[in-house]
Ligand binder design. Structure first.
Ligand code: NAD
Ligand code: UD1
Length: 340
């Protein structure tokens, strides 16, 4: 049985589907602080089977212990965490408590039950401002905000755990920019309030929920002056987790792997691709740069291919089509009444 913390969230929900499709027995552990029970219902609809769920916090060690007692868990995929960079700067303690203290509780209970295999959701944010491109796993690590620092700290904790006990098998998956949705349009990204990230913002403009996109700067040293990122389809990303689980028995200690496509697209490229996929005009205004943004960020994905036998397959057109299908069929996200 695989325990999936944060399994009701955006990336977790897509990963649950890939794992069930591959025949894994899974259990979701989520406190629904940034997700909904409706997501679980829809995941069940896609999977064609009920999904076991523990509605609890990873900081609740009694509940974690009970879960490990009730199920024979042999590996964990650890998605649970808060992820809004801006909010982490306003409320650093909330982020450190939830992400770092929560992870420590989880790792303690795993140790207690001798469960020493974990796939951790890290982020390209741990590379800080990269000195060159594309970004490889051996680049220096740094953090520029409490969210990023929480990811880096959890990576460090896991590296220390592996040094202290060579029974641990730990995969640190560093995601680039996940976008897109399941092709069924039953599950997708459902941000609370005003989206911080580009793709959900663009899709809300397309659906008429927002008037225009603010593009944060057009004076970067990039071909069209707007920021460049490595967008990756969430289903590709989910399949990366499947490969990670299939590989985990072969490793010892910690291994970090980039999950990206290796291709960079600018904000204007994304606007153009989304207009094409949706047939909608995306109005935008150029505004000043967002504090803390870097100009360009894309992965060297070759280690993922060599080590996990995984590479991203879905292109930008598919990322935009699937985002649009999800957004247009669910204008209110999971609050949309769905007709099967
Ligand atoms: P998400 O917010 O959709 O999912 C996270 C899930 O964790 C939510 O369902 C939430 O309810 C749950 N959760 C949060 N704190 C919890 C706690 N204390 N106990 C139990 N459950 C808790 O986010 P996502 O986009 O699916 O991201 C998943 C992971 O990947 C996160 O750790 C995030 O930091 C990391 N990540 C995300 C991105 C991205 O752009 N989406 C990029 C890099 C890394
Ligand atoms: C965000 C996170 C980062 C995380 C990464 C991967 C922030 C500040 N950083 O970074 O920690 O690791 O996702 O998921 O949230 N843009 C606009 N207008 C908008 C929104 C974004 O022009 O309304 C631009 C940004 O300046 C950037 C690009 O679009 O050039 C992508 O932005 P975003 O989706 O927020 O991702 P990242 O900045 O890469």
């Amino acid at each position: 049985m695989i325990l999936i913390t944060g399994g009701a969230g955006y990336i977790g929900s897509h990963t649950v589907i890939e794992l069930i499709n591959a025949g894994y027995d899974i259990i979701v552990y989520d406190n629904f602080s940034n997700s909904s029970h409706e997501a679980i219902k829809r995941m069940e609809q896609i999977a064609g089977q009920p999904i076991k769920v523990v509605d609890a916090d990873i900081k609740d060690k009694a509940k974690l212990r009970e879960t490990f007692k009730n199920y024979s868990i042999n590996a964990v995929i650890h998605f649970a965490g808060l992820k809004a960079v801006g909010e982490s700067m306003q409320k650093p303690l909330k982020y450190y408590n939830n992400n770092i203290s929560g992870s420590i509780c989880l790792f303690e209970i795993m140790s207690e039950f001798g469960c020493k295999k974990i796939v951790f959701s890290s982020s390209a944010t741990v590379y800080g401002e990269p000195r060159s491109l594309p970004i490889s796993e051996n680049f220096p690590l740094s953090a520029t905000n409490p969210y990023g620092r929480s990811k880096l700290f959890i990576e460090d904790i896991l590296r220390d755990i592996a040094i202290s006990d060579n029974g641990w098998k730990i995969l640190l998956l560093r995601y680039f920019n996940p976008v897109g949705a399941h092709t069924s349009a039953l599950i997708g990204e459902d941000p609370n309030g005003i989206p911080n990230n580009l793709m959900p913002f663009i899709s809300q403009v397309a659906v008429g929920k927002r008037e225009y996109l603010s593009i944060f700067g057009d004076d970067y040293d990039t071909p069209d002056g707007t920021g460049v990122r490595d967008y990756i389809h969430v289903v590709d990303l989910a399949q990366g987790h499947l490969k990670a689980l299939q590989k985990i028995d072969d490793i010892q200690g910690t291994v970090a792997v980039n999950l990206g496509t290796g291709k960079g697209y600018s904000v204007l490229d994304m606007v153009g691709a989304f207009e094409k996929a949706s047939g909608k005009k995306i109005s935008y205004k150029i505004v000043k740069r967002r504090l803390g943004d870097i100009a360009v960020c894309y992965a060297n994905p070759s280690f993922a291919k060599e080590f996990l036998g995984w590479e991203a397959k879905l292109d930008l057109a598919k990322m935009c089509e699937d985002t649009w299908r999800w957004q247009s069929k669910n204008p209110k996200g999971y609050d949309t009444i769905h007709q099967a």
